[in-house]
Design a protein around this ligand. Structure first.
Ligand code: ATP
Length: 270
């Protein structure tokens, strides 16, 4: 069971240079997560506690997971990811135990970065979620809080959580000593989108005349994950046309296709 809910990677292969358009957020993560892992003595000497847990919130596909992985990369740490939704939907009856296992694994693999994705699945306000009334979900959340509260002997372990539904969270998890540092990770602006296009085309065979600034304008609602998908899809258009060089029109068609697909998804949901 543990293997299916937890994803463990030693020193994941993501660097800060792979992340575009969220420089401020990156700086804040470095200061609040990386620095305490790298130089805990500075916090001791100054006499302040580093944040207990950092919560990243914002729309899907904006780089929250990447930020957590980049910190683990920079600090030579083991990255341990657990998805809140999996925990609740697939392993009913196991939640609290899995949370205990998660922290135990982190203690054994220090330095470690614990990343809890979709934390809203285990920490939603009672009134706003059908599942949160579930005693099992409550127990899972209590276990998480007690692991964090009892974390004086933290050692080299950082805890980062992420959510797309900040408004749904039970405020109990945001108290001091828990997720007491909040960082909003928004969708990129035009300049950010341009940077992300540059990042994801780095290893592509791109034709002269591909204009990233213009692409960033065209794909005006795209997240980082959308831009990654546009680049891959643009490559597919070139391949279908039996070319090895990717042109401006391939990117434009790719964006159209991805928008159509996401419209279709929304219709399927509603
Ligand atoms: P979710 O809330 O859906 O889990 P997330 O915010 O954690 O999303 P990531 O998993 O970090 O998003 O991003 C998914 C993929 O999208 C990344 O692997 C990367 O290829 C691309 N991506 C997202 N944001 C960025 C960014 N700011 N810069 C570069 N690539 C990005």
């Amino acid at each position: 069971v543990r293997a299916r809910v937890m994803q463990v990677e030693h020193k994941p292969d993501v660097g800060y240079a792979d992340i575009g358009g969220i420089d401020e957020q990156m700086e804040e993560v470095r200061e609040t997560v990386e620095l305490p892992l790298k130089s805990p003595e500075m916090f001791d000497e100054v006499g302040i506690d580093p944040p207990s847990g950092v919560l990243l919130y914002g729309p899907p596909g904006t780089g929250k997971t990447m930020l957590a992985k980049a910190v683990a990369n920079q600090t030579d740490a083991t990255f341990i990811k657990m998805a809140g939704s999996e925990l609740v939907h697939k392993f009913i009856g196991e939640g609290a135990k899995l949370v205990r296992d998660l922290f135990e694994l982190a203690r054994q693999s220090q330095p470690a970065v614990i990343f809890i994705d979709e934390i809203d699945a285990i920490a939603a306000k009672r009134t706003e979620s059908k599942t949160s009334g579930d005693a099992e979900v409550q127990r899972t959340m209590m276990q998480l809080l007690s692991e964090m509260d009892g974390f004086d002997e933290r050692g080299n372990i950082s805890i980062i959580a992420a959510t797309n539904r900040f408004d749904m969270l039970d405020r109990a998890i945001l108290r001091p000593g828990r997720f007491d540092r909040l960082i909003e990770v928004p969708k990129p602006d035009a300049e950010g989108r341009e940077m992300i296009f540059q990042i994801h085309t780095r290893s592509m065979n791109v034709a002269d005349g591909v204009d990233y600034e213009a692409l960033a304008e065209v794909a005006d609602d795209a997240s980082g994950a959308d831009i990654k998908a546009i680049c891959t899809e643009a490559g597919m258009f070139a391949i279908r046309d039996d070319r090895t060089e990717v042109r401006m029109e391939d990117f434009e068609q790719a964006w159209e296709k991805i928008q159509q697909e996401s419209d279709a998804d929304e219709e399927a949901v509603s």
